[in-house]
Design a protein around this ligand. Structure first.
Ligand SMILES: *[C@@H]1O[C@H](CO)[C@@H](O)[C@H](O)[C@H]1NC(C)=O
Ligand SMILES: *[C@@H]1O[C@H](CO)[C@@H](O)[C@H](O)[C@H]1NC(C)=O
Ligand SMILES: *[C@@H]1O[C@H](CO)[C@@H](O)[C@H](O)[C@H]1NC(C)=O
Length: 334
C-alpha cells in the first residue's frame, strides 16, 4: 500500500512541459489505441535510445508507464513500474526490455483508464522518459461496428470477395465474427504493420441477380469480464448487383378480352432496369413478318383495330449489360 501511495504522489518534473523540435521519440507505439472496458489491451511497443546514450543489456532495467490526463500537464503519475509487485493499474510488461521491446498488456481495462501514457526506461545511468509522443488510450463501453468491405461496381457472373473485419485490441480474447452470408465462418486473425491485430472473415461469391438487394449483416461479439459477458456491435451493407434484364413480359391493360376501337396499354415489365435504360417494341404480323415500332418507351398505347387480330407484340428491355426480349403476346378479342 505504501508503495502505491508513494507512486501516486510521484510527479514527473517539468519534462512534459517542453518538447524540443527534432527530438527523437523514445518509444514506437501506435499513436492512438482503443480498448473495450472489461477486456484487455495489448500495446505493441519498442524503444530506441539516442546515439550518445548507452543501453546496458545485462544491467537491471525497469520500464514504467506514466499517465497524464492532459497534454504536457505536470500532474502526471506513474501508474505502472515493472519493478513493483503492486501497481495502480493492472499492466504487465510482456516484451523483453533487453531486446528494447516494451510491449505491455493492460488487463481488465475500465473507462477511467482513458488518457495519455508516456513510457520511461530506467537502465541506470540511462534514464529517459518519452516526452513528446504520448500514447493515447481510449477505453470505451461499447465496441465499434465491424467494417464490411464490398468491392464497387458489382455485375452478375463476376466473382467478388466480401470481407468483414474488426479490431482485436485484446488478441488473447478476440471478437467472434458472424454474418448473414454463411454459418459459422472461419475467423482469422491478422497482424497489422503497427503490430496490432484484426479479426477477419471472408467469402467469395459468384454474383447472380438474386444477390441484388441482399443485406449483409456482420456482428462482432467481444468476450468481456473473463468471458462471462459478451459485447456485440453490428454493421449492415446492401449488395447492389447489375444484371442483364430478366423476366421481360408484355402486360396488357385493361386486361383482355379487348374490343375493336378501344384503347389498350401495353407495358413492358422487367427486372434489372434502372432509370435511363431502354425499351423496344416489335410486332409480328399474322403472316410472320416482324415490324419494329418507333415508340421505344415502357408504355405503348394504341387503339385496337381489326388488323390486330393474329398479331403478336414483343418488347425488349435493355441496359448496359444486354437486351432481353419478351415472349410474343397476342391480344385476345371479345
Ligand atoms: C520492435 O520490436 C520487434 C520485436 O522485437 C521487432 O521485430 C521490430 O523490428 C522492432 N521495430 C522497431 C521499429 O524497432
Ligand atoms: C435491407 O436493409 C435496408 C436498409 O436497412 C432495408 O430497407 C431493406 O428492406 C432490407 N432488405 C431486405 C431484403 O431485408
Ligand atoms: C393507360 O396509360 C395511361 C397513360 O399512362 C393512363 O392514364 C391510363 O390510366 C392507362 N389505362 C389503363 C387501363 O391502364
Amino acid at each position: 500500500m505504501a508503495a502505491i501511495m508513494l507512486l501516486s504522489v510521484f510527479f514527473v518534473s517539468g519534462a512534459l512541459a517542453s518538447c524540443p523540435e527534432h527530438a527523437q521519440p523514445l518509444v514506437t507505439t501506435p499513436q492512438e489505441m482503443e480498448a473495450l472496458s472489461g477486456s484487455c489491451l495489448q500495446i505493441p511497443c519498442n524503444f530506441s535510445i539516442n546515439a550518445e546514450e548507452t543501453f546496458d543489456r545485462t544491467g537491471p532495467t525497469s520500464g514504467l508507464w506514466i499517465k497524464s490526463n492532459y497534454y504536457y500537464y505536470f500532474g502526471s503519475k506513474v501508474v505502472f513500474n515493472g519493478n513493483m509487485m503492486e501497481n495502480i493499474y493492472p499492466m504487465s510488461l510482456t516484451g523483453d526490455l533487453s531486446q528494447k521491446d516494451c510491449s505491455t498488456l493492460f488487463s481488465s481495462v475500465i473507462t477511467s483508464y482513458t488518457g495519455s501514457y508516456l513510457f520511461r526506461i530506467d537502465n541506470r545511468p540511462l534514464r529517459r522518459t518519452e516526452t513528446c509522443d504520448p500514447l493515447q488510450i481510449k477505453v470505451k463501453d461499447s465496441p465499434r461496428s465491424p467494417t464490411i468491405e464490398i468491392p464497387g461496381d458489382l455485375k452478375e457472373a463476376e466473382s467478388v470477395t466480401v470481407t468483414c473485419s474488426a479490431p482485436a485490441p485484446c488478441p488473447h480474447s478476440p471478437p467472434k465474427l458472424t454474418w448473414t452470408l454463411q454459418q459459422d465462418p472461419p475467423n482469422t486473425m491478422e497482424e497489422n504493420p503497427d503490430r496490432t491485430f484484426t479479426t477477419k472473415i471472408q467469402k467469395t461469391l459468384t454474383l447472380t441477380d438474386q444477390h441484388d438487394g441482399f443485406n449483409i449483416t456482420c456482428s462482432a461479439s467481444y468476450p468481456v469480464n473473463e468471458g462471462k459477458d459478451v459485447k456485440t456491435a453490428e454493421e449492415t451493407k446492401t449488395l447492389h448487383v447489375s444484371y442483364a434484364p430478366k423476366d421481360v413480359t408484355v402486360v396488357v391493360s385493361p386486361a383482355d378480352p379487348v374490343s375493336v376501337g378501344s384503347l389498350v396499354n401495353l407495358t413492358c415489365s422487367c427486372r434489372g432496369i434502372r432509370a435511363a435504360d431502354g425499351f423496344a417494341w416489335l410486332m409480328m404480323m399474322s403472316d410472320g413478318r416482324l415490324h419494329t415500332m418507333e415508340d421505344n418507351t415502357q408504355l405503348y398505347v394504341f387503339e385496337v383495330t381489326n388488323s390486330d387480330r393474329g398479331r403478336s407484340y414483343f418488347c425488349g428491355c435493355s441496359n448496359v449489360l444486354g437486351l432481353q426480349l419478351s415472349k410474343g403476346r397476342a391480344l385476345i378479342f371479345e
